[in-house]
Design a binder for this molecule. Structure first.
Ligand code: SAH
Length: 373
């Protein structure tokens, strides 16, 4: 088994990595079978792999030396083998219970993760009263920074550093789970970075979160701004996850003004690929649309959006803009938002408005950046 650094793995949209391609250590991200192979390479019986699996995924072991069921002598030999856990660099909690974490990775880079609790009866209380917890969603990052540089998003303003590994993505979910002392129910790949520029590690993380952490694929959402050919390739994996496409504009002129990559990947090509995705997978796509006052929130934009999405099995998620420092966009007034919703609904499009959680902790959509050092 390779011990190459995971970052040397090429990023193609090939099949999900299997045992021989797995970069191990770190151990996090590995399946029972992969851990079984690894322990046997150390001269240990395969069942030790199962023990390590249980400890790193269920018991919160951050180092192998904590795993008391392993023989003492072997444990001391492997004590330095990294499990792949980050350390908490900063934590802040918003009034609605949303918690933002800055996590320090092995190479010192820092990445953001957000834990979003949903309480029963609409009670968004940060008391940690688990009996009221209905859902716990984690918003995970897939890259350190982001190369897409969308005009309204804070993450891209700081540039791009590197892809996250499978272990680094899984670690974010375990971190939130352990902090809340509750099982994570939903995961959205909507933190820092563009998931479809890091396909192999994202696919590896999806499989691990599903099989090893035990979160249903239907509870996972991967959000992309759209990368040429990657949506079609993603479809070939026939996953049960939801694909969300960040559209943000109903036409090419406006879209390329907001999203630099739309210049080389026009909206017509993107929509054609989305149609292929629906044909291949039979699954609907969620389209995300950040509402920017006076820019893309006019009634004619809603009508144009409805025309663009005609014939799609679609759902539109409107995200009223969350302010960031660098640009002076505004969030639309609520009557403008309601009018936009109505126009879409009249065209039989299902719409939800996502008022982002965690605003005052700078943990809302588009506000993720590393600004606490
Ligand atoms: N790169 C992926 C994943 C990031 S998702 C993507 O673009 O889909 C982050 C979501 O939050 C996207 O829909 C993004 O467009 C949205 N977003 C970015 N900046 C925002 C802001 N300032 N206010 C509200 N939503 C924002």
């Amino acid at each position: 088994m390779s011990v190459n650094s995971p970052s040397t793995m090429s990023d193609s949209s090939a099949a999900v990595p299997h045992v021989s391609e797995i970069a191990i250590p770190p151990l996090l991200g590995a399946s029972v079978a992969e851990l079984g192979v690894w322990v046997q390479q150390q001269g240990q019986p395969a069942y030790r792999g199962k023990q390590i699996h249980d400890w790193i995924y269920n018991q919160g072991a951050r180092s192998l030396s904590e795993i008391s069921v392993l023989p003492k002598q072997w444990r001391s030999q492997i004590a330095e083998v990294p499990v792949g856990r980050s350390t908490e660099h900063f934590r802040s909690q918003a009034r609605d219970g949303t918690v933002k974490y800055l996590l320090k990775l092995a190479d010192g880079e820092i990445v953001e993760t957000v834990g979003i609790p949903n309480f029963k009866w609409g009670k968004n209380v940060p008391t940690g009263d688990a009996s009221n917890l209905d859902r716990l969603t984690v918003c995970v990052s897939t890259q350190v920074g982001c190369p897409m540089a969308c005009d309204f998003c804070a993450t891209g303003k700081g540039g791009f550093k590197r892809n996250l590994t499978r272990a680094e993505i899984v670690d974010q979910v375990l971190t939130v789970q352990e902090d809340f002392k509750e099982r994570v129910s939903n995961i959205v790949f909507m933190g820092m970075g563009e998931p479809l520029l890091n396909v192999n590690h994202v696919l590896g993380a999806i499989h691990c979160l599903n099989k090893d952490v035990g979160i249903g694929q239907r509870n996972l959402t991967v959000s992309t701004v759209g990368i040429r050919d990657r949506i079609r390739q993603f479809a070939q994996h026939h996953l049960q996850v939801t694909l969300a496409v960040s559209l943000h504009a109903p036409n090419q002129r406006l879209r390329q003004q907001l999203i630099p990559s739309a210049n080389s990947y026009p909206i017509g090509d993107l929509m054609a690929e989305c149609r292929e995705y629906v044909e291949i997978t039979g699954r609907r796509i969620t389209f995300e649309y950040v509402l920017l006052a006076g820019v893309n929130d006019l009634p004619e934009h809603a009508a144009e959006l409805a025309r663009l999405l005609r014939g799609f099995q679609n759902h539109v998620n409107l995200i009223p803009y969350n302010p960031i420092n660098e640009v002076d966009y505004q969030r639309p007034e609520s009557d403008r938002i309601n009018a936009f919703v109505q126009i879409l609904q009249q065209q039989h499009i299902t719409v939800s408005v996502r008022y982002s959680r965690g605003l005052e902790a700078d943990a809302a959509c588009g506000q993720l950046r590393v600004n606490k050092s």
